[in-house]
Design a protein around this ligand. Structure first.
Ligand SMILES: [Zn+2]
Ligand SMILES: [Zn+2]
Length: 287
């Protein structure tokens, strides 16, 4: 982000291989995948490291690590990245006027109404752009200060960024249940029978949907108390953080199946985050 000259960045070989595989099987998700690819490449830029805040002291016990933080980002680099995402998503004209710093702050805080006000026309595309735009910053935070997350975190939302889990991972031979965040990639272990959204623990109200044909390893966990759902899959070992993003795209059919049966993802964010993002303009000369 802070590099003085534009550099072309590439995703690594594992990411490229998995991305090619998901692309081939999900041609209808090409726009989404193009955004994810751009975010994966951008995340490799060491420039984001300088933006990572110290976790605020004195946070409420249930507040994610970044709650209350102030973040300073280099305006020009962020604007370049965010507008590039907007163009990839087809927002050509509007992209050039987009207030990238405000969009990023609203994205980190998951404030959809604020994102909608920045949109020219239908806001749904800009919401997707915003979600992906937050990935490099949040992933860099997870990589650098993620170790400060309390070991006994038991909420259903991400302990770093406050998002609802993108998927549940049943890891290893023991099939321990880990929730994974599709923004920062963090994982946190949770009990088997517990809804991440409303904390329901009664097995009578918790169930799952499994595809009738084809691959049966993946399923959808559903809760009849709050009608929430989360996609789930078994893994041999921990999915890499970017695997969470790509598996989310690769399993859109499961979302459709859940929505068709009246389940949904909560509209409210997991946690109402308060993060301030301020712009720093690059100095033109040293003094
Ligand atoms: Zn997160
Ligand atoms: Zn529930």
């Amino acid at each position: 982000m802070l590099w003085p000259r534009a550099r072309r960045r590439h995703i690594d070989a594992d990411q490229a291989q998995r991305l090619a595989d998901v692309r081939q099987k999900n041609p209808e998700s090409e726009t989404w995948l193009a955004l994810v690819e751009a975010a994966l490449a951008e995340t490799q830029d060491a420039g984001w490291d300088a933006a990572v805040p110290a976790p605020p002291q004195g946070r409420p016990a249930r507040a994610p690590l970044l709650h209350g933080a102030q973040v300073t980002l280099e305006s020009r680099a962020v604007t370049h990245f965010v507008r590039r995402l907007a163009r990839l998503a087809g927002l050509a004209g509007a992209a050039d006027r987009l207030d990238a710093i405000t969009l990023l702050e609203a994205a980190v805080c998951q404030q959809d109404p604020r994102i909608d006000r920045l949109a020219a026309g239908d806001p749904s595309t800009l919401r997707v752009v915003a979600q992906v735009a937050a990935v490099p910053f949040l992933r860099t935070c997870a990589r650098t200060i993620g170790g400060e997350i309390p070991a006994n975190w038991s909420e259903g939302y991400c302990p770093l960024c406050g998002a609802w889990p993108t998927l549940a991972e049943y890891r290893g031979l023991e099939r321990k249940r880990w929730l994974r965040c599709g923004r920062c990639g963090i994982g946190w272990e949770v009990p088997w029978l517990r809804c991440p959204f409303c904390a329901e623990t009664s097995h009578e109200n918790l169930g799952y949907l499994a595809p009738e044909h084809g691959e049966t390893a993946r399923k959808v966990e559903v809760c009849d108390t709050c009608k929430g759902y989360v996609k789930a899959e078994p893994t041999v070992s921990q999915l890499p953080w970017w695997g969470v993003l790509l598996d989310d795209v690769a399993t859109v059919a499961l979302d459709v199946a859940a929505l068709d049966r009246g389940y949904h993802r909560p509209e409210r964010p997991g946690f109402g985050m308060d993060v301030k993002v301020v712009a720093r303009r690059r100095r033109l000369w040293a003094h």
